[in-house]
Design a protein around this ligand. Structure first.
Ligand code: FEO
Length: 410
């Protein structure tokens, strides 16, 4: 496997990971993920971000380095933009085989490198915003800290001769690459796949740090960027503005009502809540608002978070279970809260057998989420005809509210 040239002296080295493992031990990646590293060769050579020992990635990276005449002992610098182990898992090995390389990272990154990989003070050079590294032959790197995109130690590296931004998790995506690593070689039809996987990655990984994402984009705004080379997903050289616009939109979804769409999540024990699901959907259908329907526990929360992040409307159908919410729904709502999915138009309903309780727990949980609750209503046992009519009416009402929200991003 050969390294792929981005520009003179700059190459992609990385791996498309295909695995049944969960990303971060939580998120399914049935379509895989890429781990992107980059080689920058001047008179000196730097590798920017690493991989973890996953799906044979280190073997690919070593053979790609070799394809441009680089062996680990030839590396002068290992630059760690971010210490999460998907980008550093291989550090303990590369630290041994790249015996001449100095490790560069931020002050917080250095602390993490010591904690995760038992590195010593003398192994690491600490860099900060505005520091530069001249590799010779016209290759010059500039570092800029972008804390909390994704962890507090994160920085980006910018190469000045090619105007390439090595952005690590920022502008990244789930999903293995299909055929090309470059956005301008992707058929337009494939962008639906990349956008879905970018949205899901954003909601699962980066979402809670949206304020920091917007700060970072603002901070990097003064750079002339011809190419964005993240550590996951496509390299953007045709239209780098496309992925920046996507990230700006996704970050803003947590600051105001998102797109005029509804994510409808439901679970039912014996079909009584399910009967109300059909009634509410009937009401929503009257307003022709796009609806993304998920059934818990069958549908994975990773996908629910992706669509819920983008939707201005959320509908929850859940029965009471032992005086509380249906447990798989509690998991969904806890994660929506943890990821800070705020500003939503919300409707909740469900069946109970004796005293109820889901409604109380739901109201307590959503108190701090800036959710605008249309109604949270329960019915005993099976819904009556009157209950079902109320469901249709509330479905139409929330759909109308959601349809009044202007679309922000196509
Ligand atoms: Fe791709 Fe936060 O690591």
């Amino acid at each position: 496997m050969k390294a792929i040239k981005l520009s003179d002296g700059i190459h992609w080295i990385g791996a498309n990971i295909s695995t049944n493992d969960l990303f971060e031990g939580i998120w399914p990646i049935p379509d895989g993920v890429t781990l992107n590293s980059y080689l920058v060769q001047g008179e000196k050579t730097a590798v920017i971000d690493l991989v973890r020992d996953w799906g044979g990635a280190p073997t690919y990276v070593l053979s790609q380095m070799e394809s441009v005449g680089i062996k680990p002992k030839d590396l002068d610098y290992v630059i760690l933009n971010h210490l999460e182990p998907d980008h550093t898992g291989w550090l303990d090995m590369i630290h041994i085989i790249a015996e001449n390389a100095k490790i560069l990272t931020t002050e917080k990154g250095a602390e993490m490198a010591k904690a995760f990989y038992n590195l010593k003070e003398e192994d690491i050079d600490v860099v900060k915003s505005g520091d530069t590294l001249d590799l010779g032959n016209g290759k010059n790197l500039v570092f800029e800290e972008i804390p909390h995109v994704h962890w507090p130690e994160t920085m980006v590296t910018y190469e000045t001769s090619s105007n390439t931004l090595f952005s690590c998790d920022a502008f990244g995506s789930f999903g293995a690459l299909k055929g090309s690593i470059f956005d301008d070689e992707v058929p337009e039809a494939d962008f639906d796949y990349y956008e879905e996987e970018t949205l899901r990655y954003y909601a699962n990984i980066v979402g809670p740090f949206s304020t920091h994402v917007l700060k970072a984009i603002d901070k990097l705004g003064s750079l002339e960027i011809d190419m964005i080379a993240p550590s996951h997903g496509l390299i953007w050289r045709g239209k780098p503005e496309r992925i920046i616009e996507q990230y700006v939109a996704y970050a803003n979804y947590s600051k105001d009502y998102a797109e005029p769409e509804i994510t409808f999540i439901w679970g039912s024990m014996y079909g009584n809540t399910e009967r109300m699901v059909r009634a509410v959907l009937k009401g929503i259908a009257k307003e022709e608002v796009p609806v993304h329907i998920f059934h818990v526990p069958e549908d994975d929360v990773s996908y629910i978070l992706g669509q819920a992040w983008k939707s201005a409307g959320l509908v929850f159908g859940m029965p009471t279970y032992e005086y509380k919410m249906f447990p798989p729904m509690r998991y969904v709502i806890d994660l929506l809260a943890q990821k800070q999915a705020r500003y939503k138009k919300v409707l909740r309903f469900g069946s109970f057998g004796w005293s109820g309780g889901a409604e109380r727990e739901f109201s307590d949980k959503i108190e701090r989420l800036k959710w605008d609750l249309l109604e949270s209503f329960d019915f005993k046992g099976a819904p009556t005809q009157e209950d079902l009519e109320k469901g249709i009416e509330l479905g139409q009402k929330i759909a109308k509210q959601v349809n009044e929200i202007p679309r922000k991003f196509e």
